[in-house]
Design a protein around this ligand. Structure first.
Ligand code: NAD
Length: 363
């Protein structure tokens, strides 16, 4: 198969769909990979790295887009819709429920579009979302520690403390993948950590993982009202799949936090779980409200493109290879991959996307 790798053009997006190692794996199986020049630069990969791996480099993105399959990271931007055609296989993050114009463009053109975020294994896991949740969770504490610094508007608390001085307190709402990874880093720094979740099985699992090093609490509004005012760093990490995140912390509770405390709401991409938090960007990541630093970047892994690109490829490569070897037939043979198909032959085929756009689904 001929595979195209265009450069990402979304603002502040430095990741790339294929690493040179993935290109090499494709080339070894006889596939041709066409890479737009500088596609990997933001993630730390040179044109020479891709050439050595067996890719053909082109300066015109239209050539990368004209291949049988295009592998990307973010959803195509409006200036890329012109590249769509009915024999194109597209494999990337799409998040179509929030992208009506893109959905319409994919339908109008007849592209077969497979979304990373809906590839789902038999046990309900989302293997192509997990690596980004791991990175976002780990980054949440890294960013939080930084914004607690006085010069960044924070309280001037060192999360790990020092002998003789109390460490900082990290409160994590949601003990799923993001929450667990945030706790792992916070514990590593020496902070006091509390995780709140409504899933008792998950809390039991976290006990086996962290023992008594982390305080595990059942998440109720009373419990949240008790712990949030004491938090130096509050991390939002809840998810109810397919739904907007529930608002767990209201404005009045944020006002009870100490001046210079920090809120990192990782769940901002699902609407956020803190009432006062609105989406921000890597260019302007924070704002102050009620004296508290608010951080709401929806694409946190974009801050670590070198790590994130490789982590993403570790998960996507097996599927990329199947699609390259078998074409769309791979969807018939791999049930997890089949769940990824969102739009095909002019129709929305994924139930969640159909639900988001009932008017676009023929009765
Ligand atoms: N901002 C970013 O860059 C970024 C990156 C990756 C993931 N995310 C987002 O982070 C969020 C969490 O993702 P995840 O992979 O950890 O999900 P997950 O499903 O692994 O974990 C979510 C956890 O929230 C818990 N939960 C649900 N309702 C709760 C409540 N009322 N109180 C406490 N806990 C509750 C669930 O029981 C579950 O354990 C999602 O919204 C995801 O989209 C954001």
């Amino acid at each position: 198969m001929r595979i195209g790798l265009p450069q990402e053009i979304k603002d502040q997006e430095f990741r790339v769909g294929l690493t040179p190692a993935s290109v090499q794996a494709l080339a070894q199986r006889g596939h041709q990979v066409v890479v737009e020049e500088n596609a990997g630069r933001g993630a730390g990969f040179t044109n020479g790295d891709y050439a050595t791996a067996g890719a053909t480099l082109v300066s015109d993105p239209a050539i990368a887009w004209s291949q049988d399959m295009v592998v990307k990271v973010k959803e195509p931007q409006s200036s890329e819709y012109g590249y769509f055609r009915d024999d194109l296989l597209l494999f990337t993050y799409l998040h179509l429920a929030a992208e009506p114009a893109l959905t319409e463009a994919l339908m109008a053109s007849g592209v077969s579009a497979i979304a990373y975020e809906t590839v789902m294994s038999a046990d309900g896991k989302l293997p192509l979302l997990t690596p980004m949740s791991i990175i976002a969770g780990r980054l949440a504490v890294q960013f939080g520690a930084r914004y607690l610094e006085k010069q960044q508007g924070g309280r001037g608390v060192l999360l790990g403390g020092v002998p003789g001085v109390q460490p900082g307190r990290v409160v994590i709402l949601g003990g799923g993948i993001v929450g667990t990874e945030a706790a792992r880093i916070a514990v590593g720094l020496g902070a006091q950590v509390q995780i709140l979740d409504i899933n008792l099985d998950r809390l039991s699992y976290l006990e086996t993982l962290f023992g008594s090093r982390v305080e595990l609490l059942y998440s109720t509004s009373a419990q949240i009202e008790r712990v949030v005012p004491e938090a130096d760093l509050l991390i939002g990490a809840v998810l109810i799949p397919g739904r907007k995140a529930p608002t767990l912390v209201n404005k009045a509770l944020v006002a009870q936090m100490r001046p210079g405390s920090v809120i990192i709401d990782v769940a901002v991409d699902q609407g956020g779980c803190i009432e006062t938090l609105r989406p921000t960007s890597h260019t302007q990541p924070t704002y102050m409200e009620s004296g508290v630093v608010h951080f709401g970047v929806p694409n946190m892994p974009g801050a670590a493109p070198w790590t994130a690109t490789q982590a993403l490829n570790n998960s996507t490569l097996p599927y990329v290879l199947k699609l390259a070897d078998q074409g769309e037939d791979a969807l018939n043979k791999d049930a997890a991959l089949a769940q990824g198909l969102n739009v095909a032959r002019g129709k929305i085929v994924h139930p969640a996307v159909q639900e988001a756009f009932p008017v676009m689904v023929p009765a």
